[in-house]
Write a protein that binds this ligand. Structure first.
Ligand code: SF4
Ligand code: SF4
Length: 416
């Protein structure tokens, strides 16, 4: 391995898997960064407000055609809020005609009965609807909007239109104590699938990490609740709950391995091997305005950079687990160490694992000393405090106030 001037290791793919990539089975089309919500854990880049020029309809249609020709079969339509694109139905119809399985990933805002019918007509297969919590107070606090009741109505409409529905809820210290009521809400709404997604610390969640980090007790209790419900409800509603890698000592196989399965396209046409990859230093990410998807997938330096195992440093290089987890997440490695080619510090074998233990310990310490949501955020949040059990009210407060995803905050935080 060599280090470049920036101090991080150059990746040199050298194995057969890197030389002969299979097709990108999953295309994620991030149609826009615009969104009516302001979630404090949003995975969009902190500087999203500086990326304004969205691909137009013709360009997206071309991306879909190229991706299908490359072998992509599953299409996620996300954002931001993809419903803000007036051409969404056109894109869905085109994707359906190409043979994609299409999944709309939405906050639900703007999903009227008329649009549901039009999307049905266009051939949309599946809808994933996000909630922030099972209580109006916390849902609305975390998204900095008044959208809980609207989301409930949208969930009813999705079922009335005959769609299979995934409910998604990002978990953190605020809502982990509500896992039982979140599951009850999903069951009442008739969701076939509930994704309880513990926060991944990228984008806005990285910025708010100390304020969102749960402690081990919350995770243990939530997991026990999930297990109880799984035994009760069986296949009626499949419940996914993955313990966050910060707490496990082993990294996740991010994107099923860099450049193996996942191809993302950002609103401005930047092609992404992982949806957080645009923050990484190194070779510029290619853009679909300038290159064909086949070249991007098979030949661009950015997509080859961490493909396979040849790029790995020790301890991954000689570890038996390297095919199982692909060395973990490159974006997490960069955020925690400054080197995107480092072993993911979530792994207990990483020489930098202490950074993860430190973050967990800091989170736990801030929960132990927090004075309570209402106290830290003023009288206006008294109702929010009431929605939390007393000990979780104290736990949810932190020394670091949440920063919400707004254009003004994005511009301020990404000032050069
Ligand atoms: S996480 Fe929230 S703010 Fe971010 S895109 Fe989704 S709904 Fe919008
Ligand atoms: S050392 Fe590397 S390959 Fe081995 S378990 Fe840790 S991250 Fe995975």
């Amino acid at each position: 391995m060599q280090s470049n001037a920036a101090g991080w290791s150059e990746a040199v793919p050298a194995d057969a898997a890197a030389a002969r990539p299979g097709p990108p089975l999953w295309l994620l089309a991030e149609l826009t960064y615009r969104c009516p919500l302001h979630c404090a854990f949003c995975s969009n880049p902190l500087d999203y407000a500086r990326h304004e020029a969205e691909l137009d309809t013709e360009q997206w249609l071309d991306v879909l055609t190229q991706a299908r020709a490359l072998g992509a079969v599953q299409l996620g339509l996300s954002g931001g809020e993809p419903l803000l694109r007036k051409d969404l139905e056109t894109l869905v119809a085109h994707a359906h005609g190409l043979g994609f399985y299409t999944n709309l990933i939405t906050s639900g805002i703007g999903l009227t009965d008329a649009r549901l019918a039009a999307l049905r007509e266009a051939g949309l297969d599946h809808i994933q609807l996000s909630f922030q919590d099972s209580t109006r107070e916390l849902n609305d606090f975390l998204s900095s909007t008044r959208t809980f009741e609207l989301k409930r109505r949208v969930a009813r409409s999705i079922k009335a239109h005959g769609y299979p529905m995934v409910l998604n809820c990002v978990l953190h210290r605020y809502n982990l104590p509500h896992v039982g009521t979140i599951i009850e809400m999903a069951l009442q709404m008739g969701a076939e699938y509930l994704e309880l997604a513990n926060t991944q610390y990228y984008g806005w969640a990285w910025h708010n990490r100390q304020a969102l980090m749960p402690d081990a007790r919350q995770l243990r209790e939530a997991e026990a609740v999930v297990e109880r419900y799984r035994a009760q409800v069986g296949q009626r509603c499949r419940i996914l709950f993955v313990v966050p890698d910060y707490f496990e000592g082993k990294p996740k196989k991010c994107m099923n391995g860099w450049g193996t399965t996942f191809l993302g396209v950002a609103p401005d046409g930047t092609a992404l091997p992982c949806h957080a990859a645009r923050m990484l230093p190194g070779p510029a990410l290619p853009n679909v305005r300038e290159h064909g998807l086949r070249w991007i997938w098979q030949e661009s330096e950015a997509f080859q950079r961490f493909r396979g195992t040849g790029w790995m440093p020790e301890p991954c290089r000689s570890c038996d687990g390297r095919e199982d987890d692909a060395g973990g997440c490159r974006c997490q490695a960069f955020l925690l160490t400054g080197d995107p080619a480092a072993t993911d510090p979530a792994c207990k074998r990483s020489p930098e694992h202490g950074r993860v233990r430190e973050a967990v310990a800091q989170g736990a310490a801030s929960m132990a000393t927090g004075p309570g949501v209402a106290a830290t955020r003023g009288v206006a949040h008294g109702r929010l405090a009431a929605a939390l059990a007393p000990r979780d009210n104290a736990a949810a407060a932190s020394t670091a106030p949440l920063v919400f995803r707004t254009d003004a905050n994005s511009l301020r935080l990404s000032r050069g």
